[in-house]
Design a protein around this ligand. Structure first.
Ligand SMILES: [Zn+2]
Length: 1164
């Protein structure tokens, strides 16, 4: 609760023994040694990494060609056949591509906007230390409370409804309601199925003795059709318009501040005073509410504040009470502390300035004077441990302020991608993208938009150069999905040498007869059919009619040369594989799942105007043995075939296993009726797992198609079978050198099987329902390497988790997914992709192989120099994804991005994206734990970030007192976010964090996009009591600290996986009545799983906000009610990431002090 900064050395690994010197002349002194331990060979992300040392010569399993021709042939040969569904699907226009309705859409970047941006960028100044103390315009900086209520980050609730997947069309509540009208899951079948069926029981497991299949005599009949009727429109999934409500970019009023005062200044921070030193700063009467006054920004932080006599209590001058100091940054009331009797959304007018009127002259800002505070020295700190000083948490960089400033400045204008090297708005800002020649940031985001020209510069800065790529991202409805181009039999035009695809970066020469590749500089003849004249500027006259010449992202239809075995692919298949052992049945899972599938099968992914899905389905149940089902449409009843020889798995039937849903609907429904009954009385507790995946993969192989396995699994597979596992969980390994083994699979079986799956295009999605250790690290291995997902529902019970599971399942089944994919990232000369992070497989160093790739998955790519880059030409990236669509169409999706290059480090630091940087660092660290002790990984992160910041300080900031912490403006949040990463359960587990949780999170984060990692590491905390029920906005978020919570308030916190409603003990009674229909705090039942549906504006508004939050995230977030001072509150506090963690994770303030110390060591 108290924000004092102690120098808690013990919290941090000390590097006192080997202070690094950072010098321009000796970059080697800072680079490889520190980053070394985690760096693997470029292929270390491949299957072989954890268990088999990756050798350069891995088993090559050819996947329709490797090497440069990977994405297709060099020449255009071969007769091209089109699948029946091959017409370009112009989701948002009905006209063919070559008759684009509005050429203006492809028009050149508007000169005004680009000029504007250029001006803005050229106006950037890295300023030195705070030599001036003149007042800033209100709102400048992040210290004091925002003084511009109207732009405080309120955003329309409608924008929240934009979700990156197809289910966004369906309000969750609507869907739930629909289901609620069905009989309860637990007895739905029982009430409809003739009792005689129960006698069938599970098949005897020992029935078949040979590898021959046995026909089960399942002449079960059922006429239940409750779910088989035409589905309601709930699931309707148009391929393009998969977002419900357009982000309302106008929701944020223009900033009241001059745009030039935004975020371009470096942050200057006072160094922390030494323990034991008398702080000389003057007392500040209102530490939390002093307008910033230094043009150096007010990281007035680290301010000495008044001397504090010890730990007890808040500083005398602070207007705080009982640990609930003033709200700020997005909160507009409560500036003076808690107001238990909060009485409205905006109870108080801010008393510290306004959007229009400048604040009164600020008090003298002595506390900004760098020289007034002696800097800490290591030896002194240790010798005087008792001394403490206070750092004003309002004066250190605030994530909320940065988010709000970006929203205010960048959400009003569309982001046009026509300008090279533009840094896009933050992921937390709602903005519209106009593709004018570079890929949208929704597809590709970079850590740096200004690449250092030389590798020396790159090493010196230690800024990772990486792109986070989400190739199949779903765009909001007001943005055009990539056009699909059909270049006929010849296929897309490519560079002869490097095979880069035709793109806006290619230069046409010789009157248009040839083009020069921007990636390898090779000159290629333009094929006659593609020839076009150039205009006086050298542009082809058809420039605006061809997306591949004028847009950053587009698709080509692939010819047979891009297909496996030179054969157009079959449509993919989905196989549902259901654990029917005792635990799965008893928890209600089997019943719930079978009931749901009857409806869900109507919503398999479709494309364009397809009336029905092309995807075929199949069903398997299993415990110690596997049961295959023949659901051929001509059968009266499904037939079961049992395979008990799990050691040598095979598929006992081909015809009738994978079927068209509509044709076989009656048989499938009958099967789904019967499965829960057949196994209702099972006593089999053991399961197999490896053979299940083998079976699914073999079935796809036999059908010669790619596809996805949906496996629903409940326990550690201990039954005798390939891939059998033992319980090897051992918490004693935490913080030892052997901790890494907890993240590695426990046997080789799964890595070999993963390779086979990838070859077959068999993606595995795994839904886990464990009651104890299930070894996620091993079971998740194949999903991880096949582009699949893992979902985990510990202690699953239908009433508590049914809704979450069903929502996840619906989204997972419906979302857009590509199969049998290969992704290749090409770069212009001077740098190249060297490392890849994500859920995929690599059998060489360049091709990312994805058995499946859905719209939520990202691949993070790191780049390294192999030569010099040129400021003039810039740097180009082209990501080409070859995949089979849901309809069975083979396509190439191309994303192009051009970056600037710089010879000045300052330019690098001015054009970085910290959210993307954290995404990269998280993935890098989470892979690092596979091969290193977590402490080593944490130390490496700290060291690298300290070097990044030290390099800035040394080379870009003006000389200044060593006592100052000076942060680059674009990276001022690096310390706070880094601290969140360091405190994450993967890198620093708490006592209640299970090994499975850690393995699960490790894998999950690996495929997250930047928006997801952003909220995952720094959760969004919203004051519910400040909602304006008359508008569709939600109040601005506040910082993740207990200090920001008011006892009289109610708050929502979400991180993309968890959702909490925290209720203060003094919560206003009318609010309680409106939300819970309860008269008192004590009567709130913390176990309630959903808010009551009350007919009043507050209840509706809160539920709308919750729905909107859920719609924004790929996974359904279950709501947990947290009452203040209740025992569950500890769980909630885990997510207040600016606070000191019970596990020992440092508070933000402490960590900032520590980073400063690290930086000083590097500079000394
Ligand atoms: Zn080339």
């Amino acid at each position: 609760m108290n924000y004092f900064c102690y120098f808690t050395h013990s919290v941090f690994p000390s590097k006192a023994g080997s202070p690094l010197s950072l010098s321009c002349d000796s970059p080697s002194s800072v680079s490889p040694t520190y980053f070394g331990p985690l760096r693997g060979p470029p292929t270390s992300g491949t299957l072989s990494s954890p268990i088999a040392p990756s050798s350069g010569s891995q088993i090559i399993y050819n996947h329709y060609g490797q090497g440069d021709a990977q994405n297709g042939p060099a020449t255009t040969a071969g007769y091209m056949q089109r699948p029946p569904v091959s017409q370009p699907y112009m989701s948002t226009t009905s006209q063919p591509v070559n008759q684009l309705p509005a050429h203006q859409q492809y028009g050149p970047p508007a000169t005004t906007s680009s000029q504007q941006l250029t001006n803005q960028m050229s106006g950037l100044q890295i300023t030195g230390p705070p030599t001036t103390t003149g007042p800033l315009p209100p709102g400048q900086g992040f210290g004091p409370p925002a003084s511009h209520p109207s732009s405080s980050g309120n955003f329309h609730a409608t924008t929240m409804a934009y979700a990156p997947y197809s289910t966004a069309n369906v309000p969750q509540s609507q869907f739930s309601t629909a289901n609620a009208s069905h009989p309860p899951y637990s007895n739905a079948n029982a009430s409809h199925i003739p009792h005689s069926n129960l006698s069938q029981g599970p098949p005897p497991s020992g029935m078949p003795q040979t590898p021959a299949a046995t026909m089960g005599s399942q002449g079960i009949s059922s006429t239940k059709t409750a779910f088989s009727g035409p589905p309601p429109q709930l699931y309707s999934v148009p391929p393009s318009g998969s977002h419900s409500t357009p982000p309302a970019s106008t929701g944020i009023p223009p900033s009241a501040f001059p745009s030039s005062v935004g975020s371009q200044r470096p942050s200057v921070m006072q160094g922390p005073p030494l323990p034991g030193q008398t702080l000389s700063g003057p007392q500040v009467s209102q530490p939390n509410h002093v307008p910033p006054s230094s043009s150096q920004m007010g990281i007035s932080g680290m301010s000495p504040g008044p001397p504090i006599s010890g730990l007890q209590g808040p500083p005398a001058v602070a207007p705080t009470q009982q640990g609930f100091p003033p709200q700020q940054n997005g909160s507009f009331g409560q500036v003076r502390g808690p107001q238990p009797n909060y009485s409205g959304p905006y109870p108080a007018t801010p008393n510290y300035g306004s959007p229009v009127a400048p604040p009164p002259a600020p008090p003298p800002q002595k506390r900004l004077d760098p020289d007034s505070i002696p800097s800490p020295q290591l030896n002194e700190m240790s010798s005087q441990p008792k001394s403490r000083h206070r750092i004003d948490p309002d004066a250190i960089p605030s994530p909320i302020q940065v988010i709000e400033d970006d929203r205010a400045n960048r959400s009003t204008e569309p982001f046009s991608t026509g300008v090279r090297g533009q840094v896009p708005p933050l992921v937390t800002t709602n903005f519209v993208v106009k593709d004018q020649g570079n890929a949208s940031p929704r597809f590709m985001r970079c850590t740096a938009y200004n690449m250092p020209c030389t590798s020396d510069m790159a090493k010196q800065s230690q800024v990772p150069l990486a792109a986070v790529i989400k190739p199949l991202a779903v765009l909001p409805p007001e943005e055009m999905p990539p056009y699909i181009l059909d270049h006929g039999e010849s296929g897309p035009v490519r560079c002869n040498r490097c095979k880069a695809y035709m793109c806006p970066f290619m230069q046409f020469i010789e009157g248009g007869r040839r083009f020069q590749c921007s990636f390898c500089c090779c000159v290629t003849e333009v094929p006659p059919h593609y020839f076009q004249h150039l205009d006086h500027t050298g542009k082809r006259v058809d420039y605006y009619e061809r997306p591949e010449l004028s847009m950053g992202s587009y698709e080509f239809l692939a010819t047979v040369d891009y297909c496996k075995n030179n054969k157009l692919p079959e449509p993919p298949a989905f196989i549902f594989m259901i654990d029917v052992s005792y635990n799965a049945v008893k928890s209600g899972l089997v019943n719930l799942l079978c009931e749901e599938l009857k409806t869900l099968l109507d919503y398999l992914p479709r494309e364009g105007s397809m009336e029905e899905t092309a995807i075929r389905v199949g069903f398997v149940t299993y415990n110690k043995v596997l049961h295959f089902y023949n659901v051929k449409s001509t059968l009266a009843q499904p037939q079961m075939m049992v395979v008990s020889d799990v050691a040598d798995m095979f598929v006992p039937l081909l015809d009738g296993f994978l079927v068209n849903v509509n044709e076989s609907r009656t048989v499938i429904n009958s099967l789904l009726e019967q499965i829960p009954e057949m196994f209702a009385d099972t006593r089999e507790t053991e399961t197999v797992f490896g053979p299940v995946i083998q079976a699914g993969m073999e079935a796809l192989k036999a059908a010669e198609c790619a596809g996805k396995l949906f496996i629903f699994h409940s326990s550690l597979p201990i039954a005798e079978a390939p891939g059998k596992l033992k319980n090897r969980d051992d918490r004693k390994l935490i913080n030892t050198d052997k901790e890494k083994t907890l993240f590695q699979p426990q046997c080789n079986f799964y890595s070999n099987l993963a390779k086979e799956c990838v070859t077959q295009g068999c993606c595995v999605d795994l839904f886990l329902f464990p009651n104890q250790y299930i070894d996620v690290a091993t079971l998740g291995y194949i999903p991880y390497h096949t582009g699949g997902s893992v979902y985990k529902y510990t202690y699953f019970q239908v009433p508590a988790d049914g809704e979450r599971f069903l929502n996840d399942l619906r989204r997972d089944v419906q979302k857009i997914v590509g199969f049998d994919s290969v992704m290749r990232v090409r770069t212009s000369t001077g740098f190249r992709a060297t490392d890849f992070f994500g859920t995929f497989y690599m059998s060489n160093t360049t091709d990312v192989e994805l058995a499946g790739l859905d719209c939520d998955k990202t691949i993070t790519v790191e780049f390294k120099h192999d030569d010099k880059l040129s400021e003039d030409t810039g740097a180009f990236i082209q990501c080409a994804l070859l995949y089979t669509s849901c309809s069975g169409q083979r396509r190439l999706r191309i994303h192009n991005l051009s970056l600037n290059c710089c010879t000045q480090l300052a330019d690098l630091y001015r054009n970085c994206e910290t959210d993307t940087l954290i995404n990269f660092l998280a993935k890098f660290a989470f892979r690092g734990v596979l091969n290193n002790a977590t402490k080593t990984v944490r130390d490496t992160l700290i060291s690298q970030c300290a070097q990044i910041l030290a390099c800035y300080r040394k080379n870009c900031a003006s000389p200044s007192s060593a006592g100052q912490l000076i942060l680059p403006e674009c990276m001022k949040l690096l310390p706070v976010y880094l601290n969140c990463l360091l405190k994450s359960d993967v890198l620093q587990p708490g006592a209640d964090t299970t090994t499975d949780d850690r393995a699960y999170l490790r894998q999950l984060v690996t495929s997250m996009d930047v928006a997801e990692t952003n909220v995952f590491f720094y959760p969004r905390l919203v004051p519910v009591h400040k909602m304006d029920v008359d508008s569709d906005t939600v109040p601005g978020a506040i910082r993740d600290s207990e200090e920001r919570l008011s006892k009289g308030g109610m708050y929502l916190l979400e991180n993309g996986l968890n959702l909490f409603l925290w209720i203060g003990v003094n919560v206003q009674q009318s609010l309680l009545q409106s939300i819970f229909n309860l008269p008192s705090f004590n009567q709130i039942d913390p176990n309630m799983s959903a808010l009551p549906l009350l007919d009043n504006p507050w209840s509706k508004k809160l539920r709308d906000v919750i729905d909107a939050f859920r719609a924004q995230r790929p996974r359904y977030m279950k709501l947990l009610i947290i009452k203040q001072e209740d025992k569950l509150e500890l769980l909630f506090k885990h997510f207040l990431v600016e606070d000191k963690h019970v596990n020992g994770g440092a508070s933000y303030v402490d960590f900032l002090c520590h980073m400063h110390k690290e930086i000083r060591q590097l500079l000394s």
